[in-house]
Write a protein that binds this ligand. Structure first.
Ligand SMILES: C[S@@+](CC[C@H](N)C(=O)[O-])C[C@H]1O[C@@H](n2cnc3c(N)ncnc32)[C@H](O)[C@@H]1O
Length: 230
């Protein structure tokens, strides 16, 4: 029988980027939640990777001390979830779900990570998702989210969907979700240099953009924001 590759290749540059990102998330946790760290509570924290795609970030959070039995990933794309399941540690719970309708109990999570997911939503969907995230996060929890600033010209995603960005000068994302969350801090994830004005036409995939960014050939602004629930 002819064998088929089940998974597409995961670009190591993308994994390296997510590793840097997760490291920043952990650094913020050390800074903002010393009680979690000093009490040795990392292994007790419940973690949601919202819009986890193939679970790259979730797997990296396991390295940082989150237990597989406390790790959850959701994505609306069933293919992404089946790939995530196949690549992850035993015990991680992946579900095909929309951020607008989550199947978890109220206050279930301590940490929610939404890396480049609000970027797929219009304003109404962002507000709706923020309500649901607020419902499932506990009052002392933290929400981390990475999104592009308006100076970042986005290509069509590999799934054919065009992503949007947010104006961080006017606190667009913060305003949109302000009924549910308050922004504590933000960090330019690709700092320094000139801003990206124009995307060369031949760059058609995110992987290639990551590659160029990592080699300092492109300067776009992605920001990591940390929110606490109201
Ligand atoms: C750029 S990928 C996310 C990468 C991933 N967070 C990581 O850190 O590796 C965006 C993902 O968001 C998912 N997504 C988009 N809208 C969503 C929604 N409303 N609910 C859940 N997942 C969504 C897409 O299916 C896609 O897999």
């Amino acid at each position: 029988m002819e064998e088929k590759f089940v998974f597409d290749f995961i670009n190591p540059v993308l994994v390296a980027r997510n590793a840097r990102l997760v490291k920043l998330v952990i650094t913020y946790i050390y800074g903002l939640k010393k009680e979690w760290v000093y009490a040795g509570a990392m292994s007790k924290l419940k973690f949601l990777d919202a819009g986890c795609r193939r679970g790259i970030s979730l797997r990296l959070m396991l390295e940082a001390g989150i237990r597989p039995s406390n790790a959850f990933g959701i994505d609306i794309d069933p293919d992404a979830i089946s790939q995530a399941r196949a690549m992850s540690a035993v015990g991680v719970d992946y579900r095909v779900e929309s951020m607008a309708h989550l199947s978890f109990d109220d206050s279930f999570f301590d940490i929610i990570f939404a890396n480049e997911v609000f970027m797929y939503m219009n304003n109404e969907e962002v507000v709706e998702a923020s309500r649901e995230l607020r419902r499932v996060i506990n009052t002392s929890g933290l929400l981390f989210s990475v999104n592009g600033d308006t100076d970042l010209i986005l290509p069509e995603g590999s799934d054919g969907r065009v992503k949007r960005n947010f104006n961080f000068q006017t606190n667009e994302l913060q305003e949109l979700i302000s009924a549910e969350f308050k922004e504590l801090c933000r960090l330019n994830f690709y700092p320094g240099g000139e801003q990206l004005k124009k995307l060369p036409q031949h760059i058609s995939s995110m992987g290639e953009i990551e590659y160029k960014m990592d080699r300092n050939q492109l300067k776009g602004n992605y920001l990591l924001s940390v929110f606490k629930p109201n």
